[in-house]
Design a protein around this ligand. Structure first.
Ligand code: FES
Length: 313
């Protein structure tokens, strides 16, 4: 399987022991659910009996029960454990099993190993440490996943915005590779500030985008020019059907006030309004206007296989 990696497929709180959750992650149709102890599981969202989505069934004590004929499947192994009306002396054939995927939870996301066999990469590191209130969401956007990742490097303003912040076209250095992510700093200003016409301006803010070489975990940070973090957003992305991309995200404001932040930023902070917005509609015209620049580095890393395939949040 291409892109073998841990993929963040859903917000942790979206997966429960009451209603199965259907997701499409990197093209794979999955059903996610928990047992009563809170353990999360991922199975292929297709019943081995008559190919009905298991997500249409219900979560039961021993796993997930298909909504059509009531077969039950174990979350950890995918094995069929019960078939209604089976005679007491009949056994469930071992071949009746749904594909089960390894699952790990980190950074508030349910990660699923999409690859052959057991995971050959470590579980993503726990790097998301919210300070106070979190802001979460999910959407499906009309753009190819690869294009979404490229646009996050070439023009993140098409995909995400921070309250009272204007991103500029100016890069603050070259893209660098860190923890299997391509990291790029971009100058930004408070939107209340009138930019002078000269070429050289100070950028009191930095928007740092961190895009995975493999996997779908994007990180976007808003920093002061001294690199004091103001806001952090993690976006889990993956290919959905028909050229669309699934997104879910979580982010938070850091404790730092932002120095000379404008009134709008500070008022929104006090009112606990979301400090950022992940676009659920992508402006095709704005996307078409983007030059392919930093994303070339992403392509180069993939084409030449300079680094091992793995993902980390
Ligand atoms: S289709 Fe699922 S039990 Fe028959």
């Amino acid at each position: 399987m291409a892109n073998s990696a841990w993929w963040a497929s859903a917000l942790s709180e979206a997966v429960n022991n009451e209603k199965p959750l259907a997701v499409v992650c990197n093209g794979e149709e999955l059903v996610l659910f928990r047992d009563r102890q809170g353990q999360a599981f991922a199975l292929e969202d297709r019943c081995p009996h008559r190919r009905v989505p298991l997500s249409l069934g219900c979560v039961v004590e021993s796993g997930i029960q298909c909504g059509y004929h009531g077969w039950t499947f174990d979350g950890a192994s995918g094995a069929c454990t019960a078939i209604p009306n089976l005679h007491v002396d009949e056994r469930v054939p071992a071949r009746y099993a749904a594909r089960a995927y390894p699952v790990a939870e980190r950074n508030g996301f349910v990660h699923v190993w999409l690859g052959e066999g057991e995971p050959n990469e470590s579980v993503p590191a726990a790097t998301y440490q919210p300070e106070g209130r979190e802001y979460t969401g999910a959407a499906t956007v009309s753009i190819l996943h690869e294009e979404y990742l490229a646009a996050m490097l070439d023009g993140p303003h098409c995909l995400i915005s921070f309250d009272a912040v204007k991103m500029t076209d100016f890069f603050l250095g070259d893209p660098c590779l860190k923890d299997n992510h391509l990291v790029l700093d971009r100058g930004a200003v408070w939107s209340t500030r009138v930019l002078p016409p000269q070429f050289v301006v100070d950028y009191p803010l930095i928007v740092r985008t961190s895009v995975p070489v493999c996997g779908g975990d994007i990180r976007v940070d808003l920093l002061t020019e001294e690199e004091t973090p103001l806001c952090t957003v993690f976006i889990a992305s993956g290919a959905n059907r028909r050229g669309t991309t699934s997104l879910c995200w979580r982010g938070f404001l850091h404790r730092s006030e932002g120095g000379v932040a404008p009134l709008r930023w500070r008022a929104a902070r006090r009112a606990q309004r979301p400090p950022f917005r992940v676009n659920s509609h992508v402006d095709g015209e704005a996307l078409a206007a983007l030059l392919v620049a930093p994303s070339r580095d992403l392509d180069r890393l993939r084409d030449q296989s300079l680094i091992p395939v793995r993902a980390a949040v």
